[in-house]
Design a protein around this ligand. Structure first.
Ligand code: AR6
Length: 202
């Protein structure tokens, strides 16, 4: 593993949950796990759903989030206005709904790029992270958890995605108590830790 347990600026409680300070008041937390089970104390929390432009559910994390939240989430998604035929959330944008049966109070739906068909996947992925964090900030969210947007069905290479993810969340270093990544796959967890060590530990 890339994390260096002896380094003063991060802590490893032994459970694979690694914290990196972003500012005196904010931390990045990287962990393995299922984002549908993520929770923190307090009511101002959100998980980010890697959705598609229709915003009516799908496979991967999107499907898991809808199953865990219950059918009210689909109804809330239907009530998000279409901005084009069948499009509720264009690629790179974000929309917020309640979390219903999820432990998190809110779901922020965003759409990452399809790696092989987007003309500038890095810019689109950065927009998905940035707009998710803007929507969270506008809704007074203090704790937010991301999966590895676009790294499943949408085919984004893990190292490149980690670079975009870690560098973009740094722009919001003063705006949240904690920004989490909850990562399902060991290879993605390792890629994220490597980039966080590279970008945040010096
Ligand atoms: N918790 C955390 N991460 C998860 C979970 C989970 N419960 N389930 C999967 N992942 P994907 P995308 C990881 O495919 O690439 C859907 O059909 C997964 O291992 O969910 O942005 C949507 O409707 C991967 O690393 O999202 C869209 O059509 C990461 O989450 C499309 O897929 C993202 O994989 C979006 O594709």
């Amino acid at each position: 593993m890339a994390a260096t347990a002896g380094h003063s600026s991060l802590s490893n409680g032994g459970d694979g949950v690694i914290r990196f300070p972003l500012s005196p008041t904010s931390a990045l937390v990287i962990q393995k796990g299922d984002i549908t089970r993520w929770s923190v104390d307090g009511s101002s929390s959100a998980i980010v759903n890697p959705a598609n432009e229709r915003m009516l559910g799908g496979g991967g994390a999107d499907g898991a989030i809808h199953r865990a939240a219950g059918p009210d989430l689909l109804q809330a998604c239907y009530s998000v206005p279409e901005v084009g035929p069948g499009v509720r959330c264009p690629t790179g944008e974000a929309r917020i709904t309640p979390g219903f049966r999820l432990p998190a109070s809110h779901v922020i739906h965003t759409v990452g790029p399809i790696y092989n068909s987007d003309s500038n996947p890095a810019a689109s992925l950065a927009s998905a992270y940035r707009n998710s964090l803007r929507v969270a900030k506008d809704n007074n969210i203090q704790y937010i958890a991301f999966p590895a947007i676009s790294c499943g069905v949408f085919g984004y290479p893990y190292d490149e995605a980690a670079t975009v993810a870690i560098s973009t969340i740094r722009e919001f270093r003063n705006d949240f108590k904690e920004i989490h990544f909850v990562l399902f796959l060991p290879d993605i967890y390792d890629a994220w830790l490597n980039k966080a060590n590279e970008f945040l530990n010096n």
